[in-house]
Design a protein around this ligand. Structure first.
Ligand code: AMP
Length: 277
């Protein structure tokens, strides 16, 4: 595995392998099985696999956990090596955002909702860095997790709207044995908080079960899921949602597909999860 820090070196390697398919997995590191499943899928689909590790300051608001975000470069690189990754791209912050940097990418509508409502500048940071990484790596395919459902839809919108020549592949959410969606942020939970953390998944499962039993009222479903989260003393509800999985708009009535999603705080750690019905 080659470890590359310089943008120009990624570019020149790409120029040398124009005829080979490149699969790309962008990450913020502190890798877990969720990331590694994306890597394995990329490995199966492509001749070359590139993984980036970059904790992107632009997608964190000033009051969020950029400084506290867990990092372990040596462990991450060992994991990627063992998965047969060809190139690990670890740019420095100043390379991605040099002093005169002033251009951003915004997906304007669906990013006002759900995660974007709670974190108004988040998706602009995500789309800007992913757009930059696509321009640097120029992959044939890029792999994202269903765990960040809205992010995947926003990236697909960006790719379509700006004619990026890349196929977006979305892979299933990988969970711990008790259902908690794997997340780098789980490492910041105390043992008691870790025990409480699956409450969001349980709420989503109850919402799904209610739909399967015939409940179609969006407000009633949201109330049901919110009540389950509120029953956990260590959890603080940010939101729960029953939305159209394409537009992210809240549904009054569930008729066909629905994205059940939510965000909670446990201590200072913010966790998200979702289920698609
Ligand atoms: P992150 O490092 O958290 O920015 O995540 C990098 C990529 O891994 C994103 O596409 C995430 O959606 C994906 N990912 C993170 N956690 C999981 C998980 N538990 N299951 C599947 N994909 C995940």
């Amino acid at each position: 595995m080659i470890i590359v820090k310089a943008i120009e070196e990624v570019r020149s390697r790409r120029r040398g392998e124009r005829s080979l398919s490149w699969g790309f997995v962008p990450t913020m590191g502190y890798l877990h099985e969720g990331h590694l499943e994306l890597v394995r899928r990329a490995r199966a689909d492509n001749e070359r696999v590139v993984v980036s590790i970059f904790v992107n300051p632009a997608q964190f608001a000033p009051n969020e956990d950029f400084a506290a975000y867990p990092r372990d470069e040596a462990r991450d690189l060992a994991l990627l090596e063992s998965e047969g990754v060809d190139l690990a791209f670890l740019p420095e912050g100043e390379m991605i955002y040099p002093p005169q940097f002033q251009t951003t990418i915004s997906v304007t509508e669906m990013t006002r909702l759900l995660e974007g409502f709670s974190r108004p500048t988040h998706f602009r940071g995500v789309t800007t860095v992913v757009g930059k990484l696509f321009n640097i790596v120029q992959p044939d395919r890029a792999y994202f997790g269903q765990k960040d459902a809205q992010q995947a839809v926003v990236i697909k919108r960006m790719v379509q709207d700006l004619n990026f020549d890349v196929e977006i592949v979305v892979c299933p959410t990988v969970r711990e044995h008790d259902g908690l969606a794997m997340s780098s942020r789980n490492a910041r939970l105390s043992p008691e908080e870790r025990q409480a953390a699956p409450v969001l998944y349980r709420a989503l499962l109850q919402g799904k079960a209610a739909i399967e039993q015939g409940e179609a009222g969006g407000d009633r479903l949201r109330s049901l899921m919110a009540a389950i989260v509120r029953g956990e003393p260590l959890a603080r509800l940010d939101y729960v949602s029953v939305a159209d999985p394409h537009t992210m708009r809240e549904l009054d009535i569930v008729q066909g597909e629905a994205l059940l999603s939510g965000a909670i705080f446990i201590g200072s750690v913010r966790l998200i999860d979702n289920l698609v019905i």
